[in-house]
Design a protein around this ligand. Structure first.
Ligand SMILES: *[C@@H]1O[C@H](CO)[C@@H](O)[C@H](O)[C@H]1NC(C)=O
Ligand SMILES: *[C@@H]1O[C@H](CO)[C@@H](O)[C@H](O)[C@H]1NC(C)=O
Ligand SMILES: *[C@@H]1O[C@H](CO)[C@@H](O)[C@H](O)[C@H]1NC(C)=O
Ligand SMILES: *[C@@H]1O[C@H](CO)[C@@H](O)[C@H](O)[C@H]1NC(C)=O
Length: 567
């Protein structure tokens, strides 16, 4: 017996010394064009391609892609790729291609007519090869620069008449509005689809942004969007055809009763928009747990159900005030990111733009939702980019090992996941790409997959630990509150408490926050989402070996011996 323990002890210690090997998530080599496979967007090889896009604006009065007076287009494209985005939703106004009098207008002339001479010198300095191009050629130059940097493009018809979008009364909201002639729209879509036929990085066309206003109705939605989809597909069968909903792209609920009738398959995607202000000031005036529960249910009813029906759903706009001073936005984004992770949605952030040439009459308007700063040079807020990085690569989908299904414990307010560095250090938050797999059992234990080690509470306001007495009530984790994002358990003395993080990102267990109706408190630090993942996680090999040793009779004794030896 003594010899056995001696042997086991050293085996364990040596096994523990094997630092887990992290297999990095390799970026898939994308074979364009893209297709759909049930709710997933896939490449020609059938492998999932997760669209992690950023919106780049090109539909304002000047009809020139923003930022070209600040940085060379190639530098901006490289910056986009370096921030982890694999795609741009590039907006364009219909009149860019349908208005004959605009066909020959150059970038220089467009800014001259707006009286923006400083912008002209900026473009002259940063993009001399673009300044005297006709507007559509300048647009093509941007698409081609993105392509050269391996960035995919979704062309988004944002509006008809160039200018800031959107209101119910701007004449661009729905078929039949002052600037929204359905025939002209079909003509413009056809033209755009034709221009980019054969341009392989253009992977999708978003037919019209944020349908809205008093004229909107379901019958015309089917009539015109089906026509538009057919027109785009026949002009360019390679692109994904992306359809937006009513009421500012919030409402696709009518599809529950009647599907879109198209002659082609494998190319149809739906899009929806979801901001903090989509629900007014609800996040500010309500209790975030209740608001999150309600808003997510609503989203599932209006558009999220499409995933279950087997359609891809792209959140083509979301975003927040990146200064971190808008409480409504701050609360919303936690709930949003948790949902995006859980459903593993494709998305496009609003926006890349650091500042606009001219927006709503203001020259050089600073965009506080923009990932770039005013100068288009630096990141506006690098902690935000870290936060979204976990949802830039897929958690699951075709082509990712389906035998490796596990959970990661995602913490939306940091964008990090619960990680174990070693068995004897407290659990901490770290990059989700380094997360090992967890399993969540019917008995509500959270176990490191392939091991006996489960997440367990200790004392209140103390680090959580990995234990092996997993039947104890301190190892049982309920998802509670209206948001279902608190993981609640019992601490040693029998009190109820919640998983939390401290200021050092150590995983602790503390008093549950904001479970009442209080609107003054923010439960963000206690929000965790158990996300299904088939990403390659850390190698569980060392654990499996240890597991077999610990499965031997007397394992608890070995465990205790090991603990006391190392303490
Ligand atoms: C074409 O564009 C010009 C300049 O924006 C505008 O004045 C004119 O009304 C447009 N014509 C049509 C037919 O939309
Ligand atoms: C779908 O469209 C085709 C022609 O485009 C038509 O023949 C068919 O009746 C339509 N089906 C439905 C269910 O509306
Ligand atoms: C970035 O965002 C965080 C969190 O929202 C905020 O606390 C911080 O002040 C922001 N940083 C800058 C430079 O705006
Ligand atoms: C457990 O301990 C905490 C803090 O030490 C205390 O507030 C709480 O009342 C205790 N619960 C019970 C059931 O004793």
């Amino acid at each position: 017996m003594g010899r056995f323990i001696f042997f086991t002890f050293f085996s364990l210690v040596s096994l523990l010394a094997i630092f887990p090997t992290v297999i990095p998530q390799s970026k898939p080599v994308m074979a364009q064009p893209l297709y759909t496979n049930s709710r997933w967007i896939v490449d020609g090889g059938g492998q999932r391609v997760k669209l992690a896009c950023v919106n780049w604006v090109s539909h304002l009065e000047a009809m020139v892609t923003e930022g070209l007076s600040k940085q060379p287009v190639d530098a901006i494209s490289k910056k986009i790729a370096s921030m982890g985005f694999n795609c741009v939703r590039l907006t364009w106004p219909l009149f860019l291609v349908t208005n004959d009098s605009l066909a020959s207008v150059t970038v220089r002339q467009s800014f001259q007519s707006l009286g923006l001479s400083d912008t002209i010198s900026g473009i002259q300095a940063n993009n001399p090869s673009i300044i005297d191009l006709p507007l559509i050629k300048a647009f093509q130059a941007v698409v081609s620069s993105l392509g050269a940097n391996n960035v995919m493009v979704i062309l988004d018809n944002h509006i008809s008449k160039p200018g800031w979008c959107c209101s119910n009364s701007d004449g661009n909201g729905f078929f039949g509005d002052k600037y929204f002639n359905p025939d002209l729209w079909i003509k413009g879509l056809t033209q755009m689809a034709t221009i980019f036929n054969g341009v392989s990085n253009v992977v999708g066309m978003s037919l019209r942004n944020e349908l809205r206003g008093p004229r909107q109705n379901v019958n015309d939605w089917y009539r015109y969007l089906q026509k538009g989809a057919e027109a785009v597909h026949s002009a360019n069968p390679d692109v994904l055809v992306i359809l937006s909903g009513l009421s500012y792209d919030r409402d696709l609920s009518f599809l529950r009763n009647q599907q879109v009738n198209l002659t082609f398959t494998g190319k149809l995607v739906f899009e929806m928009h979801w901001y903090g202000f989509s629900d007014g000031q609800a996040w500010l005036s309500g209790n975030p747990n209740q608001v999150c529960g309600r808003v997510v249910d609503n989203m599932m009813r209006l558009s999220g159900f499409l995933l279950d029906q087997g359609w891809p759903l792209l959140v083509s706009e979301f975003g927040m005030d990146l200064r971190g001073t808008n409480v409504n936005d701050n609360r919303y984004i936690n709930c949003f990111l948790a949902t995006v992770a859980e459903l593993d949605l494709d998305w496009a952030l609003w926006t890349l733009v650091g500042s606009y040439y001219l927006r709503e009459g203001v020259i050089g308007l600073n965009e506080v939702y923009g990932v770039l700063d005013w100068s288009w040079c630096e990141n506006r807020n690098s902690s935000f980019l870290e936060r979204i990085s976990a949802v830039q690569s897929p958690f699951r989908g075709p082509g990712l090992s389906e035998t490796n299904l596990h959970k990661v414990i995602f913490h939306p307010s940091t964008g990090l996941c619960v990680l174990r560095k070693s068995l004897f250090e407290p659990l901490r938050l770290g990059p989700c790409s380094n997360s090992e797999g967890w399993s969540y059992s019917a008995q509500k234990t959270l176990t490191l997959k392939g091991t006996y080690f489960c997440l367990q509470a200790n004392e209140l306001e103390n680090p959580a630990k990995l234990g092996i007495i997993c039947t104890d009530s301190t190892a049982k984790w309920e998802t509670i509150s209206d948001s279902k994002m608190h993981l609640s358990t019992k601490v040693n003395n029998g009190s109820t408490a919640c998983l939390d993080v401290d200021s050092e990102n150590t995983i602790v267990v503390s008093t549950c926050k904001c479970l009442g109706r209080d609107n003054m408190c923010d439960p963000g630090s206690q929000w965790f989402k158990l996300v299904d993942s088939t990403r390659s996680s850390i190698s569980t090999k060392s654990f499996l070996q240890m597991d077999s040793i610990l499965a031997l009779p007397g394992k608890d004794f070995v465990w205790k011996l090991l603990r006391s030896a190392l303490e």
